[in-house]
Design a protein around this ligand. Structure first.
Ligand SMILES: [Zn+2]
Length: 213
């Protein structure tokens, strides 16, 4: 079987998406581009807690199946569009996280409102206009609305998060959710919202080597 270790990493990532309440049941999906330009993707409509490496589908960058007995996620075309148009991106995850989705109903962007957002999401996050699910349009809108952030919120739907690794994409989605929660709570007070200034963002983002082992 090709890419056995990477297949397990996709499953581990999907289980963490569930653990952090970014998805429920078989919702969402995980996609990874390999160093030799193959694409690994979780299968459609299967529970992550019983998923095994054999269930992961391998395709090429056009979506032709290279290996796998399952049907790939219905968002394969959207994930491929992102991978084919954002060469620095290796991993894409799609979630239906509640707070970011709620925010999409009432806002067209999540401004940078916390230090964690600077560190893990990188920039303000745009809400892309509504597109139907299981359609390449989700990928088209993600590329169009990405800006400098590692996430785009899909209006009335969920989130696309991406990065150079599965961990980076997952962290971006988790901290987007945390920031969306903070923002919605602040909005509910109907008082003025304090966003970080460009100078504050730059200072927070500067390499300081203070964090991590
Ligand atoms: Zn979806």
């Amino acid at each position: 079987m090709l890419y056995e270790k990477l297949r397990q990493e996709l499953i581990d990532t999907a289980r963490k998406m569930e653990k952090y309440d970014l998805i429920r049941m078989s919702g969402g999906n995980v996609t990874l581009r390999t160093d030799d330009d193959r694409v690994l993707i979780t299968p459609t409509a299967m529970s992550y807690d019983t998923m095994v490496p054999e269930d992961i589908v391998v395709t090429d960058l056009e979506g032709n199946i290279v290996e796998g007995k399952r049907k790939p996620s219905s968002d394969l075309k959207a994930a491929l569009y992102i991978l084919n148009h954002m060469p620095e991106v290796k991993a894409v995850i799609h979630t239906h996280q509640l707070k970011a989705t709620a925010l999409s109903l009432v806002c067209d962007r999540l401004p940078v409102i916390s230090t964690t957002m600077v560190d893990e999401v990188k920039a303000e996050v745009n809400v892309a206009p509504f597109t139907i699910s299981s359609d390449e349009g989700m990928g088209v809108q993600t590329v169009k609305y990405a800006g400098k952030a590692l996430c785009v919120i899909l209006k009335n739907h969920g989130v696309m998060a991406y990065g150079k690794s599965l961990d980076q994409a997952l962290c971006a989605a988790i901290y987007l959710e945390e920031s969306a929660d903070v923002y919605l709570q602040a909005l509910a007070t109907q008082r003025e919202i304090t966003e970080l200034t460009p100078e504050q963002i730059e200072a927070e983002d500067a390499p300081r080597g203070y964090y991590g082992q």
